[in-house]
Design a protein around this ligand. Sequence first.
Ligand code: G16
Length: 544
Amino acid sequence: MTIQRTETRPFDDQKPGTSGLRKKTAHFRQPHYLENFIQAVFNAAPELRGQTLVLGGDGRFYNRQAIQVILKMAAANGIGKVLLGRGGLLSTPAASCLIRKHGAAGGIILSASHNPGGAEGDFGVKYNIANGGPAPEKVTESIYWHARNLTTYAISDAADLNIDQPGLQQLETMTVEIVDPVTDYAALMEELFDFDLIRDRIAQKKLRFCFDAMHAVTGPYAVEIFHHRLGVAREALIHCQPLEDFGGAHPDPNLAHAKHLVAIMQGAGAPDLGAASDGDGDRNMIMGAGCFVTPSDSLALLAANAQCAPGYREGLRGVARSMPTSQAVDMVARQAGLPCYETPTGWKFFGNLLDADKITLCGEESFGTGSSHIREKDGIWAVLFWLNILASRQQPVRELLDQHWRRYGRHYYSRHDYEGIAKERAQTLMTELRAQLSQLAGRRFGELVLAGADDFSYTDPVDRSVSQHQGIRLLFEDGSRIVFRLSGTGTEGATLRLYLERYQNDQARLHDDTQQTLAPLAAIAEQVAHIQHHTGRTGPDVIT
Ligand code: G16
């Protein structure tokens, strides 16, 4: 075994986005592309030398080959030990859990999240720091700098390791420990939730549950936790076999893609709770019999009912949501006298707030919810939280939602995505919108009056770092909002996200149709931003 220094040339497109580097799989497989990015990570993270690195991925196509490359590069870059999920599998939250539990200096997670997999699909690499969370901007900027200035990378010429065999192996001077991907994570879940109570309610058939793993990484987690530890029937856990191409589907837990689950939850005899998670297990979708809980409402309900779960019984320090997420959780925080923070999109922005103990719960409209237990959003955790609340409150999801809206009012909310539009056209739309911002305040659109408009800028309350241009906000006098953002996770062209929100606390108007309620806001968005003109589309590609 020897360590090779391979000459390379920088790629100019290795700037990490909202969540790591995501590209088409074929792009990642071109010679030196993966190696360059991994070397840039090692160069930007000298703290990994001699220390432990956690490694795993969501099992998508190219996961296993990439794991072998990274192991050989880690050995050549002086990493002390790699903790690897068996078979190269680790959900994103389980990776965060392992980093924290074993005092690792960082972690590399291979995933393009909810994006499709396969040779024609997407691949991605994320770097997490010692707190278990996504690398903050100063680290991703440094990775990008190193990627642009790279001339060589280091790699061992050792043979491939058997990554399916638990236990210790040696690679150059580095130790590789192959661990069960589920064990430590499941133990953490047992500390947070009342497994006895949930198990009893399930055994009595008073809590019926269905989970769709979407052929992604959470299958083994769901089988161990929901079936073996909580007694949920195995048949109620669907698509639990992780597949390299997710069965040809989009592992995105929303109404558009989790069709199988939606049909079950809207059919006759639907279970009390239905849930799904995404490619790497950090997202979740929650449904009750015949009803859908928006991620923003889910966060608000978890905050309002946190005392049901043993891990949160002592109370919450505060809550946070990303800017485009609806303000439902703000109402809960206001009534409970809790601090509430508004961050840019990207889980990395919650890291400092969690580390400084300023918040306990946080979440995003993009189907992500999490807490201080780790530093990633966590799909299975969110589902367990809901199971714990239902087991303890003993009411249907629909009734819980209804009571919540009666008490706090309802934030009608929807996101309209325009996908795969030409980057220049998307940029022009945003630039033209930005140019109008100063003239928009006070403008009237029917009964809606604009109170203000801005380009969201965030100053981190802990380290005072500033992140600008995080989305254009139109803020109305009645609390309604329209937000325009370009996605930072797509791999083809640009995706325009249009977020619409309208608050209603008239008790007679709590069950209106969401899209109809938001139609006047969508019309204003078109009037101000000329979406059809710029995108060439007559309507959004995906509505969530
Ligand atoms: C990632 C980030 C989230 C973000 C989401 C959507 O999630 O971790 O914080 O909300 O992307 O980002 P964008 O609107 O820029 O596409 P995931 O689950 O894809 O890793």
